[in-house]
Design a protein. Structure first.
Length: 185
């Protein structure tokens, strides 16, 4: 117990000699700590305001320019000459004298619109026959009547469930392995 008291006393004396830094140290440390805390707060406030403002500005620019990427610059107006479509031959209907819509003179200057893909007369477009389709056509036109009927019957039967005979498996008998004599290795 006495040794612990001596040890505590030695530690207290050593700390007292190190801790005596002189007058005003405490005020200087506190002033430095308070100055260090206020500077980052100012920068944090500046960043907290600047980042949302920059995000809003970039979003507005994106929306403005993404709205119409083919927009003509101010002062330039695209002129599009609208020509009436070519008349298509139509069957005679009950009202042959029906008026067709007229294109006004003011319709010549319009904003350029993207062109629609051309309309096909037949949709979907016919494709050439595949090898399987050609083989079926050849079979249907050249095979004898009996073969065609057999083919149709086979197709009808393929929709029915398949009937199989029960499988019978005989039991396997394995004779036990005999241990070698104790003298042999």
């Amino acid at each position: 117990m006495r040794e612990e008291g001596n040890l505590d006393r030695l530690i207290d004396e050593a700390l007292a000699s190190y801790a005596d830094a002189g007058p005003g140290l405490e005020e200087r440390v506190l002033a430095r700590v308070s100055a260090a805390q206020t500077a980052p707060r100012r920068w944090r406030l500046a960043w907290a305001v600047a980042l949302p403002v920059a995000a809003c500005v970039s979003l507005l620019l994106f929306v403005h320019f993404a709205d119409n990427p083919h927009r003509a610059p101010a002062g330039q107006i695209a002129r599009v000459v609208v020509t009436p479509p070519q008349p298509q031959p139509r069957p005679i209907t009950a009202a042959p004298h029906a008026a067709s819509p007229k294109v006004s003179a003011g319709a010549t200057a319009r904003r350029a619109m993207p062109e629609e893909p051309p309309k096909r007369e037949v949709f979907p477009m016919p494709q050439p026959l595949s090898a399987e389709e050609r083989a079926l056509v050849e079979f249907a036109t050249q095979a004898p009547e009996a073969e065609r009927k057999a083919f149709v019957e086979a197709q009808k039967q393929s929709n029915e469930p398949i009937q199989m005979a029960n499988i019978q498996i005989e039991a396997i008998h394995i004779s036990p392995i005999e241990a070698p004599p104790s003298g042999a290795k």
